[in-house]
Design a protein around this ligand. Sequence first.
Ligand SMILES: Cc1ncc(COP(=O)(O)O)c(C=O)c1O
Length: 468
Amino acid sequence: MSQNAGAPARTVGDTPKGGSVLGFYAPKGTPRPPRVARAEGVFLWDTDGRRYLDATSGAVVTNIGHANPRVLSAMAAQANKVTFAYPRFFESDDSIQLADRVCALAGDGFDRAFFVSGGSEANESALKLARQYAVVTGQGSRFKVIARDPSYHGSTLGALAVTGDAGTLALYGPMLRTMPKVPAPMSYRLPEGQTAESHAMACADALEATIQREGPQTVLAFIMEPIGGLSAGAAVAPPAYFRRVREICDRHGVLLIYDEIMSGAGRTGAFLAAHHWAGARPDLVTLAKGLAAGYTPLGALLVPDHIVDAVAASGGFVHGHTYFTNPLSCAVANAVIDEVVSQRLIERAATMGELLMKGLRGIADRSPIVGDVRGKGLLTAIEIVADKATKRQLPVAFNAPAKLSVHGLNHGIALYNRRANGGAFGDFQMITPPLTIREGELGELLLLLERSLSDLQAEIENNGLARF
Ligand SMILES: Cc1ncc(COP(=O)(O)O)c(C=O)c1O
């Protein structure tokens, strides 16, 4: 008997106006998701009193768990002082302190921070700052930003231009200048005769070949997620790949941008995933999600002083947003960082990540539909397959991760997923709990996940899609 049996009767389109935002995504009549009433620690409760374990930190956001009392009181204290002041007219103590702290945590080469409202805005800022830097340093011919396929860098048009998602680009591509793509080093299904290492090096070589083909003097930057996010399901490349990419970018004067919107802020057991690979430091880094951990919308761009100096000396960055560097978000993010540091959450991400990985491998040993387990720290994913021996995927139209989420809700576990590339690169489910998760809660996560997977397995069999 599932813990949360008895779905609510609400459906999409059941109000004449307004109503659920799901009306933009699902046809009328589709059952609506649970309505959240409150959240605390690693749990959320809906308005019917059902409890859900937050196994993915929402969209990999709530790194310090929900309802942290110190962050909430810092939020209220700041709201009582000042919520908004435009940063080009008033600076604020908290924005300066936040920049100092984030740059210190990011380490050498990251001297300046630019704060925005989320991940897409952070990537837009990175692309535009890189372009302006090239122009003011006499390299105006450089404008192409090479990216990887698959990848996800956000949903605004600029971020989309560098996103590796053929389906989305087929829709919006005519509205923008799509940028060149090179293969991302996936680790599970490999080209014939390749190992994960040789494939990753071939992917790095494809970067160099693409720079040559496009004309090195036209290439501005290379942007990549150091650990795969939603589009690559926590795929981790071997260290040699990161070094090779750095060498190639240096050889051709191409700026290297790490999109650490999902992997940054401590989730992988280091403040930046970039810290895991010596000799592979990027030039620019973007952060969001865990940086303010869902307590306020916030993204950041971290850059070396010489880039900011050159742009400022030429008249200043031709870019900004109404809510950038707003005092309330900066104060809240400072309080989140206090928690990350005082609770030693970066170190916890590493140790709890090992326990999680062990538990997930155990599930993969027992479950006929879990073909792969991968990731680093608490940025992990499982891959669902029809046949482990051949790595055969389930039919894309079946949408196994979405089905798993429905079973998860019935068992009291919230499993966020969002399909990139129409599922063409595999059926991943991210497993990314808050960094605050305790051992007992991790055990519960694994138990509820395994029950949800068993239900999915039964559904696969009932639909005649595989026999186990
Ligand atoms: C790697 C990566 N980059 C960029 C984004 C876009 O961030 P946002 O949704 O905050 O605009 C995301 C969001 O999932 C992401 O995972």
